[in-house]
Every structure is written in C-alpha cells, then in structure tokens.
Design a protein around this ligand. Structure first.
Ligand code: NAD
Length: 421
C-alpha cells in the first residue's frame, strides 16, 4: 500500500527489497533467463565443480577471450560437454551479447565471467582466484594482420606480453595445462605447400611474430617445468622414524594449435561472428561480404589481385569454427611436455574471388565488388594446411568442408542478427 505522502512505508520497502534480493540470488549467475546480468553478478557466480546427473566432472576451464568469436563457440561446447567455465575478457573486441547468450544457455552454476584485462595482474588474480582451474584455453588477443603492421607494439604487448603474464599467473596458481591459439601467420609466405608443422616459421607481420614469440615463451616455460621424480623425506611418528618417498612433480603441459582462416558459426544458430563496426575495415572477408549484402557498406573491396596464385587473389584455408572447437576438445586430453603442435585447417585452398562468389550465392545478393591491385600490408599470397598430423594423432578431421554450407551457417546467424547480438 502507498502511504498518504505517496511513499511506501519503510517496512514495506524493506520487505520488497528482501524479495527482490532473494529473486536476484535465486536467478543469479548462469542458468538465469531474466534480463541482462551485471559484470559483478557474472563474476560472483559460485561454480559447481562436480558432475551433473551422475556424470563424471570433466574439469574447470579458464577461457580467455570468451566474448570473442571463437572463444564464445568454444565455451558453449565446453558447457555442453559438462565442463565448468570461467571466462576472462576485457570486451575490447568481443561482444557482451555473446556472453549474455552463453549465460542463458549455460547450466546453473557452470559459467562465471570475469570482466578483466589479461595485462592487469589483479584481473588475472580474480580470474584464477576463486575456483581451482584445471586448464586454460588462451584465445584472447587482438588479431588483425593489417592493424599489426601499423600498431606493432600493441600486438607485442597484447599477444606476447599478455601470454607471459598468463603463464606467470598459471604458475602462481599451479595450473599446469594450456591450449594456445596460434595462427598460420607464423609461417609467413612459405615456399612449399601445403604447410606442415615442419614448414619453417618466417612470419612477415607483427601479428604472426607476436604469436610465434608467445609460442616460444610457452615452449621455454615447458622446458623449465618438465615433470621429474624427487625423493622426499617423510617423518612418521617420531623424528627417529622417517621414510624416503619417491614423488613425481607433474609437468606443465601444453598444446599449440595453429589455426588457418576461421569462419562459419554455430550450425544451430545460437552464436555467430559479429566484429565491431569500427573494426570492419580491417576485418575478415566473410564479415565484409555479409555487410555488403546487408547494405551496411556500399561495396566489398578485394585487396590484392596481383598475387602469384591461380586467379591473382590470396589463397586461404577456411576452417569452420565448429571443427576448430572440436580440435580443442580433442587436444585437451593430449597436452604434453614438450608442447604438441598442430595445424588446424581443411587442407584445401580457396581464392578470395572463389570465396566472394560463394558468398554471393549464399546470400542471394549480387554484392558490389571492387577489386584493388594493391594488397593489405603484411598479407601473404597462399597458405593452406597439411592436416595429416592432427588427423593421424588425434583422429580429428574437418567435417564442414563445403564452403557454401559453412557460409550458410554464418549467414543464417548474421541475417537473423543484422545489428549483432
Ligand atoms: N579468427 C581467425 O581466423 C583466427 C585465425 C588464427 C588465429 N586466431 C586466434 O584465435 C584467437 C581468437 O580469435 P577470434 O577470431 O575469436 O578473435 P575475437 O576478436 O573475436 O576474440 C578475441 C577476444 O579476446 C578479447 N581480448 C583481447 N585482448 C584482451 C585482453 N588484453 N584481456 C582480455 N581479453 C582480451 C577480446 O575482447 C575478444 O573478446 C586469437 O588469439 C586469434 O589470434 C584467429
């Protein structure tokens, strides 16, 4: 009842506040279906680190960059497979909407999200601090070749320095498993195709170099943290009765995945790729093609028509994000010391012109294409993967190898989310 002054009596306000707080508490964290969760609510979720419905608990994974394109898809899959996930992301590139979608899809008490920057130690402490982390999947990075040429220091800091900071935090918290997102840009412009894991790494732009230096930091840290047997003296009952016990200090184990060009989106249409409008000029070809098809940009500019390839445009190996996520799940159980290294692609090269024509067919829009002879700074002519190592050792193979089907997944999400999340 409202009082004669038009205000609610104090005891009624207290009661309403109590009910409101109880509702917030009950719906708090993952599994809630209500409105937009605050950063604090997402951070304070108490994770349940046990299996559900009698299933064994596979583990708690820290996903860096979980608000981004690949990180959000990987998080969804981890949650579906029973993992608990903590995401840390500073939203410099990713989408809060992707987090909101994940929150709605996540089982209760299985998703926690830390709004934090990997370059800030106290943010890393918040990410690791609350619940024991079993493994880290490190996606977070800025990742545009052209941007890396004009802002190299930003790349060395964001990609390399932050990876070192992450390793230090893993050491402080005794986390010994890492899967690292690397890139085919570490190979540069190879002389021999397809690219195997033994192809020399000669990156030609700061993005590729910053990733290679991160890989090196991971490999060197692994060398310094190889598992070993040690003898320890255990005192029993009294000082006079002691035992020598042989103990094994576990390894730091890692896997490095060098992705080729990632595209597509969740085939069930729950998540997609939505680069920020301000980043689109630097962005990837599928995003640019969809923007042209939706009328967000007047034309699609193809940069570089003078490469020594079959039609003069760059050749890339386009791997579906769902396949890439499968590769992460496969490698999680095979991290090792020294770190394992795999290419993740389809093994098939597609030219930019072929890609654009497929995009036109999928969207049904005859987008305006302007071809420019001059290429993007830092771009290489032709890359596609030899994927026999990951196939033979992990049994992983790309399933989505039909370009139009994969583009169809991405277009279905983008068409249904014209303004993004
Ligand atoms: N997309 C590709 O084709 C491709 C190819 C090869 C490698 N990769 C690698 O895969 C990873 C993920 O790429 P993506 O396409 O999902 O990119 P994305 O930009 O969609 O996602 C990256 C996420 O990292 C976050 N981030 C960046 N800097 C951060 C920081 N300092 N602290 C916390 N969060 C930070 C961003 O906000 C974003 O959400 C990157 O490491 C990238 O280099 C991507």
């Amino acid at each position: 009842m409202v009082s004669s002054s038009g205000r609610m009596p104090v005891e009624r306000v207290g009661f309403v506040a109590l009910i409101f707080a109880a509702v917030l508490y009950l719906s708090g964290g993952s599994g809630g279906t209500g409105g937009y969760a605050s950063a604090r609510q997402l951070d304070e979720v108490q994770l349940s680190l046990s299996g559900t419905n009698g299933a064994p608990f596979p583990g708690h994974i820290l996903v860096t960059g979980g608000a981004g394109f690949i990180g959000s898809h990987a998080t969804l899959r981890l949650l579906e497979d029973g993992y608990a996930v903590t995401i840390v992301d500073n939203y410099s590139r990713g989408n809060r909407g992707a987090i909101e979608t994940l929150r709605k899809l996540a089982p209760r008490h299985k998703l926690r999200v830390v709004d934090g920057d990997l370059g800030v130690t106290k943010d890393l402490e918040r990410a690791f601090g609350k619940h024991k982390v079993d493994a880290v999947i490190h996606f977070a990075a800025i990742a545009y070749v052209g941007e890396s040429v004009s802002q190299p220091l930003a790349y060395y800091r964001n990609v390399t320095v932050n990876t070192v900071g992450l390793l230090e935090a893993m050491k402080r918290h005794d986390v010994r498993k890492l899967v690292y997102s690397s890139t085919c840009a570490t190979y540069g412009n190879p002389d021999v195709l397809p690219i195997t894991e033994k192809t020399p790494t000669v990156p030609i732009n700061p993005y590729g170099k910053s990733k290679l230096y991160s890989e090196d930091a991971i490999r060197d840290y692994a060398v310094a943290n190889k598992g070993k047997f040690i003898l320890i003296l255990v005192r029993a009952i009294s000082m006079t009765l002691c035992f020598l016990t042989l103990c094994f200090l576990t390894d730091f184990d890692a896997a490095i995945l060098r992705y080729f060009n990632v595209f597509g989106s969740d085939p069930r249409g729950r998540l997609g790729e939505f680069p920020r409008p301000e980043l689109r000029a630097m962005g990837r070809i599928s995003g640019a093609c969809f923007d042209a098809a939706l009328g967000n940009i007047p034309e699609l500019v193809v940069m570089g028509t003078d490469f020594p390839t079959r039609d003069g445009t760059c050749v890339r190996d386009y791997v579906h994000v769902t396949d890439l996520v499968d590769a992460h799940l496969a490698v999680l159980g095979h991290v090792a010391n020294p770190p394992v290294l795999y290419n993740v692609g389809t093994g098939k090269g597609v030219t930019v012109r072929e890609f654009v024509n497929a995009c036109k067919r999928v969207t049904g829009v005859d987008v305006n294409v302007r071809e420019q002879r001059e290429s993007r700074p830092g771009d290489y002519a032709e890359v596609f993967a030899d994927v026999s190592k990951i196939r033979d050792e992990l049994g992983w193979e790309a399933r989505f190898t039909d370009l139009e089907t994969s583009l169809g997944h991405a277009w279905a999400w983008r068409h249904a989310h014209k303004d993004g999340y």
